[in-house]
Design a protein. Structure first.
Length: 383
C-alpha cells in the first residue's frame, strides 16, 4: 500500500504545505448530525483497478448507448482510463490511452462536432493540454497536444464566446493564471489566452454566475486562499476579475443551485481545515459566505453536488483523502445542511463523479482512489 502522502498533489510545495496543514486546528464551522437512516442508501457495488495514481474522474456517455461511462486520469501512468457501462451499473475493464506527462484533470465534451464525446486532459508535469478524439464507440483514436501555462490542473469545457462551440479553460498552478482555448470549429483551438488569478489556482468551474447569458469561470487558489471569479465579457475574454478571500489550501470548486432560486452557488473544499464552504449567489455577481461545514479532521478535496434522496434539493458528496471516506451532506431544501452520512472508500480518494449508472432513477457515485489505484462505484438504493 502506498503511504498516504503520495496521493497528495505532486508539486513539492503543495505536498509539504498540505502535510503541515493537517496539523492545523480547523476553524469554527457548523457541525452536522449523523444520519442513521441514510447509512444504507449508498452501497459499495464494484471496484475497478485503473492506472497508477488516478486523480480526476468524470462521467459521460462515451459510446452513445444512453448509459453514463467513466473516465479517470492516471497521474503517474500518464494515461486516461475509459470504463464503459454495461447497462446495469457495472463497467467493462478499463481501456487506457496515453496522454502527456502527469495526467491530472479531465473534462468531457464534443469538441469537434461529430456528436461523439471527446476528452480533454491536463498534463501537470508536461505543461500541455491533450485533446483525445472519440471515434463514436468510446474508442479514443487520436490526440492533439497544446501548450499550457506551468502546472495545468483541472480542465473545464464551456462555450465562452457564444458561437455554440465548446471551448476549454485550464488553471495553471505554477503560472498563476487561467488559459482559455477558443474552439475553431473543427476540433482545433486558437492559441491560448492567459488571464491572471491569485496564487496557485487549483480548481475551476465554468458557469454563468451573473445571469447575463455569458459563461464565467470560478477558480480556487491554493496558496493564498481566494476564490476568483473571471467575468466573461460575452466574447470569451475575462479581463474583469473579482475575488473572495477564504483560507489557504483551497482545492476544488463546484457550481450548483443549492437554494432553489435558480442561481448557481459555489461549493469550495478546504483541505487543511477539514471543511467545505458554500458561497450563496445573491445575484448581480455577488456572493455571500454561508455556513462552513466540517467534514473531518482534514482532507476534503473534492465536492460533487447530487440529489441523494430524490427530494429535488441538491446534496453534496465530499471525498476526504485523509480519512479515506465519502461524506454526504443532506440539503434541508434551502441550501443549508443538517445531516451527514459517511461511507468508506479506498485509500486516498481524490475525486468523485455522479450519474445514474444503473438506470433506476437514482443518482449514483463513482470515486477515484489515488493510493489504491482504483475506481469504486457506489449505487444509490433510495426508495
Amino acid at each position: 500500500m502506498k503511504e498516504t502522502a503520495r496521493w497528495l498533489l505532486p508539486t513539492t510545495f503543495v505536498l509539504v504545505a498540505v502535510m503541515l496543514g493537517l496539523l492545523t486546528t480547523p476553524l469554527a464551522s457548523q457541525g452536522l448530525s449523523y444520519s442513521r437512516e441514510l447509512e444504507t442508501t449508498l452501497t459499495r457495488s464494484s471496484v475497478y483497478a485503473v492506472g497508477t495514481d488516478p486523480f480526476v474522474i468524470v462521467t459521460a456517455d462515451m459510446n452513445d448507448d444512453g448509459w453514463p461511462d467513466l473516465a479517470v486520469t492516471n497521474y503517474t501512468s500518464g494515461t486516461v482510463s475509459v470504463l464503459l457501462n454495461k447497462g446495469n451499473g457495472t463497467f467493462a475493464a478499463p481501456v487506457d490511452y496515453p496522454t502527456g506527462t502527469g495526467a491530472f484533470g479531465v473534462a468531457a465534451g464534443d469538441v469537434d462536432g461529430d456528436a461523439a464525446i471527446d476528452l480533454v486532459v491536463t498534463n501537470e508535469r508536461g505543461n500541455t493540454v491533450s485533446v483525445l478524439f472519440n471515434t463514436g464507440d468510446g474508442t479514443l483514436s487520436s490526440r492533439t497536444d497544446m501548450p499550457s501555462g506551468g502546472g495545468p490542473h483541472v480542465a473545464t469545457i464551456a462555450d465562452f464566446n457564444a458561437d455554440s462551440l465548446p471551448d476549454i479553460a485550464v488553471p495553471n498552478f505554477n503560472s498563476h493564471s487561467v488559459s482559455v482555448y477558443i474552439n475553431q470549429g473543427d476540433g482545433s483551438f486558437a492559441d491560448r489566452v492567459d488571464f491572471a488569478t491569485h496564487l496557485s489556482p487549483f480548481g475551476a468551474v465554468a458557469v454563468d454566475l451573473s445571469g447575463d447569458g455569458a459563461v464565467d469561470i470560478a477558480v480556487t487558489s491554493y496558496r493564498d486562499g481566494y476564490v476568483d471569479v473571471l467575468w466573461n465579457d460575452g466574447r470569451g475574454s475575462f479581463a474583469t476579475r473579482t475575488a473572495m478571500e477564504l483560507e489557504p489550501e483551497l482545492w476544488s470548486v463546484a457550481a450548483a443551485d443549492l437554494t432553489g432560486d435558480r442561481m448557481p452557488d459555489l461549493i469550495v473544499t478546504r483541505y487543511s481545515t477539514g471543511a467545505i464552504t458554500v458561497l450563496v449567489n445573491r445575484g448581480g455577481g455577488s456572493f455571500e459566505r454561508s455556513i462552513d461545514y466540517l467534514t473531518g479532521r482534514g482532507g476534503p478535496c473534492w465536492a460533487t453536488p447530487f440529489d441523494l434522496d430524490g427530494d429535488g434539493a441538491l446534496d453534496i458528496a465530499v471525498v476526504d483523502g485523509y480519512a479515506h471516506r465519502l461524506t454526504v451532506l443532506r440539503n434541508k431544501g434551502d441550501g443549508t445542511f443538517n445531516q451527514k452520512v459517511e461511507f468508506e472508500t479506498g485509500q486516498g480518494p481524490s475525486s468523485a463523479a455522479a450519474a445514474d449508472f444503473n438506470g433506476d432513477g437514482h443518482t449514483d457515485i463513482a470515486v477515484a482512489n489515488w493510493n489504491s489505484d482504483e475506481v469504486v462505484v457506489f449505487l444509490n438504493l433510495s426508495e
